[in-house]
Design a protein around this ligand. Structure first.
Ligand SMILES: NC(=O)c1ccc[n+]([C@@H]2O[C@H](COP(=O)([O-])OP(=O)(O)OC[C@H]3O[C@@H](n4cnc5c(N)ncnc54)[C@H](OP(=O)(O)O)[C@@H]3O)[C@@H](O)[C@H]2O)c1
Length: 488
């Protein structure tokens, strides 16, 4: 067994899916077609913190096709050494990996150019052409206002030829509201087919989000209780213990609803609430996600609480400062840094069950989780008030876990009951397993051509339809924003 194959197996011990695709990709080094991965915006924050480190981990673990080359493109006049220096602190290189690291940077190049210059993209294309006939991936690590010129140039000048493919990865934000999204959608769809576009919502690459499907559809016990008859409410939360860290001006353009709720939390809602797809095929899953989103009416501002953090008196560092203390944030900003919203899914399974989405910055901890709260036990025979509702919790991060709150008898002669947990904490159960980073899984998906973990255009349409009226009310009507102290 080759080193590459054993690495694939160790990463994908639970993912025959990947072995299957990668088996094809790695069929034979001689006959394998070359691949090029182009990062547009290679000088930027996402590139150094996520893209280069992820490419390195995939390369280091032998998960990429043998003849894969990497090209960074941005306006800044940089050398590859500069990109390397920026990314290195995030690459977590271990002792003994030095030789591999050199090999990785040997297949990396950087070229500078403008995003709307055909001549510059022609130079990029010439560089790619030197690799020979190859499959091409373009990652747009760029501010959204550059998407249009950059994608136009890719289409005009840089598409692969013959029977090799071209795929384009786009990062959120996919617009600011339904109108701007539709403009972006119409532009992109004139250039590329849906199969060529990979819209990243990195929550879909998280281990627990993927596991959710297996737990829901791979266990017969859940389906009969997965409905309005047994479930009282579903709470989906995202909490961050940090503020905007000097990037408040940038955050102020979006706010927590656009940043987290409209995408990450709504994606989780759709996976929790969807019907069982006919198969694990990407289109079957995405069809079901869209079907459930179509049943969600626009969020009513009456069902929403908005907050903005203030500094904590006497605290050190960032916690001492409120959102409005950031000099890059307008002093009268009503941009929410916290939001809680109740959504409903008007279908036979969920009618009347509140889906409570909550997300915020500058809170007391870092956590993302889904809580399924069951109804009270009917005809309770125990002491009144003793029996608590069952709750099934999926902790997405940190420390992935699934646990079920159940009632049990306290051991001993007395007949007392108390709440306890059936606990599946993954680091205990799978002590030596490697949990791939979400970006690792997603970038590998692009190589393998799996769109299961990417957002389809009609999903985005529904997401914007659900949130645009609320966002417009916030932008135009300046609703009451509840102040909360940093760390609450
Ligand atoms: N940073 C993150 O952690 C993160 C997380 C999730 C999503 N995203 C999304 O990923 C994309 C890239 O994010 P980022 O944080 O890496 O952005 P960034 O650092 O602000 O920008 C990336 C690169 O784009 C170029 N650029 C910036 N402003 C430009 C302008 N006005 N005109 C032309 N070029 C410009 C710059 O390169 P040159 O000047 O050298 O051309 C810059 O290095 C964005 O869509 C962002 O919303 C980022």
């Amino acid at each position: 067994m080759s080193v590459r194959q054993s690495s694939i197996d160790s990463l994908s011990c639970k993912h025959d899916f990947y072995s299957e695709f990668l088996g094809d990709i790695h069929a034979s080094e001689e006959t394998t077609v070359a691949h090029v991965f182009v990062t547009l915006g290679a000088s930027g924050d996402l590139a150094k913190k996520k893209i280069y480190p992820t490419l390195w981990w995939l390369y280091r673990d032998g998960l990429l096709p043998p003849k894969t080359h990497f090209i960074g493109y941005a306006r800044s006049k940089l050398q590859m050494a500069d990109i390397r220096e920026k990314a290195l602190p995030f690459m977590k290189v271990k002792n003994g990996e030095e030789e591999k690291l050199e090999a990785f940077f040997k297949v990396n190049q950087y070229i500078s150019g403008d995003y709307n210059s055909q001549a510059d993209f022609q130079k990029l294309n010439q560089l790619i052409a030197k690799i020979g006939s190859c499959n091409r991936i373009f990652y747009l690590a760029l501010p959204p206002n550059i998407f249009e010129p950059a994608t136009t140039q890719i289409k005009n000048v840089c598409m692969s030829q013959n029977d090799q493919w071209t795929r384009v990865i786009i990062e959120k934000p996919f617009g600011r509201d339904l109108e701007t999204y539709l403009a972006l959608r119409d532009h992109i769809s004139t250039l590329f087919t849906e199969e060529q576009i990979y819209r990243i919502d990195h929550y879909l690459g998280k281990e627990m989000v993927q596991n959710f499907m297996v737990l829901r559809f791979g266990n017969s016990i859940f389906n009969p209780i997965w409905n309005r008859n047994s479930i009282a409410s579903i709470v989906i939360s995202f909490k961050e213990p940090i503020g905007t860290q000097g990037r408040g001006g940038y955050f102020d353009q979006s706010g927590i609803i656009r940043d987290v709720m409209q995408n990450h939390l709504l994606q989780l809602l759709s996976i929790v609430a969807m019907e069982k797809p006919p198969s694990t095929n990407a289109e079957d899953i995405r069809n079901e996600k869209v079907r459930v989103l179509k049943c969600v009416p626009p969020v009513n501002i009456k069902n929403v609480v908005l907050g903005q953090y203030t500094g904590k008196p006497g605290a050190d560092g960032e916690a001492a400062l409120g959102y409005l203390d950031d000099p890059t944030v307008p002093k009268d900003s009503v941009t929410p840094t916290f939001a809680a919203a109740v959504l409903f899914v008007k279908n036979e399974r969920w009618d009347g069950v509140p889906f409570i989405l909550r997300c915020g910055k500058a809170l007391n901890e870092r956590k993302a989780e889904i809580r399924i709260q069951f109804r009270d036990v009917p005809g309770d025979i125990f002491q009144p008030g003793l029996v608590k509702r069952n709750e099934l919790v999926f902790r997405v991060q940190p420390k992935e876990a699934v646990y079920m709150k159940v009632m049990t008898k306290v051991p001993g002669m007395a007949f007392n009951c108390e709440e306890t947990e059936l606990d599946l904490t993954f680091e205990k159960r799978y002590e030596h397993a490697k949990f791939p980073d979400a970006y690792e899984r997603l970038i590998l998906d692009v190589f393998t051509g799996s769109q299961m973990n990417f957002v389809r255009s009609d999903e985005l349409y529904e997401a914007w339809r659900i949130f645009t009226p609320l966002l417009k009310s916030i932008d135009n009507e300046r609703p009451t924003i509840v102040p909360y102290e940093f760390g609450r």
